[in-house]
Every structure is written in C-alpha cells, then in structure tokens.
Design a protein around this ligand. Structure first.
Ligand code: ZN
Ligand code: ZN
Length: 387
C-alpha cells in the first residue's frame, strides 16, 4: 500500500459527469414535484399504482437475481427465458449494461473499502457510496473489462451491451406508454410506473452500496464495512444482508436463514421450481456457523475485557468454549480432507458415504449447540452482542 492520499482525500475533485448529474437532478426533481402535483390535480388510478409496484418489483428482482447474483457472482445458472427477463427489466432499472455493472461490482468485492480501487468505497462516506461516485469522473469508477472476460462470452449480455440505449428507451418510455395506452391512463402510468418507479428503484439499489455498509451488524466478518440488517433486507429485495454477502459472495442467498427477508433468494427458488434456475451454490453451513462463532468469540472477548471484577470466570468460560470450538473445526477439516483423499475409492461405497455425511452433520450440530451456549453465556454476562 502506498501512502499517497486518494483523489478524494486530497480534495482534488475530478470533473463532473454532466449527463449523469443532470439526469439525476431532473429525475429526482420530477419525482418530488411533477409526480405529486399531477396526483393532486388529477389523481392516480389503480392501474397507475399497479404499474408502479409491478415495474418496481420486476426491476428490483432483475438487478438482484440477474445483474447481481447470476451475472456478477455466478452463484447459480439460469435458462434463456429467465435471462431475457432479467436483461429486459434490469435495463429498465437504468443502471448500465450487465457487463459494466458486473465489472464494477466485482472490483467492489475484490477491493472493498479501498478508496483508491473500490468504485463505491463506503469509507469515503454515505453520499459518495450512494451517488457521489457516479456524478464525478472518479478514477476507481473506470470500468475494468478484464474482470468480466467470462461475461463477454455470454451472447445475451453482449447483445444488451451493444443495444443498451435503444433498449433503455424502449423499456423506460415505450413500455410505460404502451401500458398506459392499454389501460387508458397514459400520463398516470408514465408518471408512476415510469418516473417515480425509476427514481425509487435507483435509491433502493444505491442503498446497497451506501446504507448496507453503515446500518446493521457485522455478523460474519469484520473484514469489510458491510452489514446485515432485516430492514435493509426488506427494502432491497434481500441484499441488505450485506455482511453475509461480502463474506460468502458465491452463495446465491444473501439472507441465509429461511426466515430472512430475502426476496431475491425466494425468487430464485421459484425459478428452480419452474425449471428456469439450477446449480445453486451454497456455502456449507459449517463454514457459515464457523464464521458466526468466530465473530461471537471476538465480541465476547472484547466485552469480557471491558467488564467488571468478576471478569475472570467469564474469561475462563469463553476460553474453554473457544478450545472446544477449535477442536470441532479441526475435526471438520480432517474429515473434509479424508473425504477428498478417499473420494475415488472408498467413498464409492454407500456405507462410507453415509457415515461421513452423518459425522459432518454431527459436527455441524455441535457448532450450532455451541452458538446457542455462547449466546446464553453472553446474555448472562450482559454482553451487548447476545441477541
Ligand atoms: Zn455482490
Ligand atoms: Zn458492498
């Protein structure tokens, strides 16, 4: 690492990207002036509201399920009809082509929080990571096509990239006008399903780069500023479980528990049933629990150090638990290597396979139990991270 200040830190602001800036100003202004004014003067019908919520959902799911989890992370595979759906409604979200979006996003993961490389580094503040990075010609925003060589082989991705602006006009102007004409409310659908939907969807997606790095808990890792939050999960189609995502970026889920509010995960699940999605990638649950416990131990140790006179006994219990944890991890690792080494011969045997699987489950379960013990312990010692 060199100690040169970054562009932003040095206060040298690069030139404003006027087309983007003017577009953001006009679209946001229209959303807070013309849209409510028209509503007060003429009222909006059910069809206009329906178009707002429907397009908003289709855009959100296409960015989350398509741009993000399918193309940027390749966390599952999809058949052509689903890819075409993602491509069209992702284009309507007006966030650039898949190729450019994925290139920047992969760099974001690789160099997260590095102010010189992360295109939307949260370390440069809420405004910068939300929209500031787009309105000036900052160096980290430059697109590195080398990181998306695989996507250049994807015919649909390249077709969208070449025809991006024609598609954008068709989806953002053509489609709302067509729907408006069909339901007999061109202006209403244009303003709600076109303008307001675009602006709201922009901010919801931008929240993932901004708020999802500021709001919530670091559940699985402190390596990045990314955080997990149910509220953020709810309003970003599941992407608000951002700490999990930055820790395990190849998992198709962001909200990993079944009850986590991750619409993207459920949408992919529905597509599995429809035969449109397959080869879903999941991080082994042992690894997830291991990361979770590591964080609990870290938090417990910090609290123990800060707590009062009776800190000694807590300290001992935490140490003891930690030893047990390391032992479980060691057994899991040796079982894994045993599994890989003997995969060709012995594991063809069904009995061996079952026995390894049940031993793995046992170890997983013991981590789960330990997590519960740790939480109970932390509650008893009134440590803050017990919930
Ligand atoms: Zn990601
Ligand atoms: Zn992020």
């Amino acid at each position: 690492m060199n100690n040169q200040p970054t562009q932003a830190e040095a206060g040298k602001k690069p030139p404003i990207v006027w087309p983007v800036t003017i577009f953001f100003i006009l679209s946001n202004l229209a959303a807070i002036t013309i849209v409510p004014w028209y509503g007060m003067e003429h009222g909006y019908g059910a069809a206009a509201w329906w178009s707002f919520f429907t397009f908003l959902m289709l855009n959100g799911l296409s960015i989350t399920g398509g741009y993000h989890r399918l193309w940027s992370h390749r966390s599952y595979r999809a058949r052509l009809p689903l890819k075409i759906f993602y491509m069209l409604f992702g284009t309507q979200a007006l966030q650039n082509s898949v190729l450019i979006w994925a290139a920047r996003h992969r760099v974001h993961h690789r160099h997260v929080d590095d102010n010189e490389r992360d295109p939307y580094s949260a370390k440069l503040g809420l405004w910068y990571s939300h929209m500031g990075w787009m309105v000036r010609d900052w160096a980290p925003g430059e697109v590195n096509y080398d990181v998306v060589r695989d996507l250049k082989e994807d015919k649909l991705v390249m077709w969208q990239h070449r025809n991006y602006w024609a598609l954008t006009w068709a989806m953002n102007l053509g489609l709302p006008l067509l729907v408006g004409w069909l339901v007999g409310d061109i202006m209403g659908v244009f303003l709600l399903g076109g303008v307001l939907r675009l602006v709201v969807n922009h901010h919801l997606t931008f929240f993932i780069n901004s708020l999802a790095h500021f709001v919530g808990r670091q559940t699985y890792s402190e390596e990045s500023t990314a955080r997990d939050s149910h509220v953020m999960g709810l309003i970003t189609w599941g992407e608000g479980y951002h700490n999990f995502h930055h820790t395990f970026q190849n998992d198709y889920r962001n909200g990993v528990r079944w009850w986590h509010l991750d619409m993207g995960k459920w949408f992919i699940g529905i597509n599995v049933m429809l035969g449109q999605a397959y080869d879903l990638r999941r991080v082994p649950s042992f690894k997830i629990q291991r990361a979770r416990l590591q964080m609990l131990f870290r938090q417990a140790r910090e609290s123990v150090q800060q707590s009062s006179n009776d800190a000694r006994p807590w300290h001992e219990i935490v140490d003891e638990e930690y030893k047990a944890f390391l032992e479980t991890v060691r057994r899991w690792q040796s079982l894994q290597s045993e599994r890989f080494q003997s995969s060709s011969q012995a594991l063809k045997n069904r009995w061996d396979k079952t026995s390894v699987a049940s031993r793995l489950r046992e170890l997983e379960y013991s981590l789960y139990q330990q997590q519960r013990r740790m939480r109970a312990l932390m509650r008893a010692a009134s440590m803050p991270a017990a919930a």
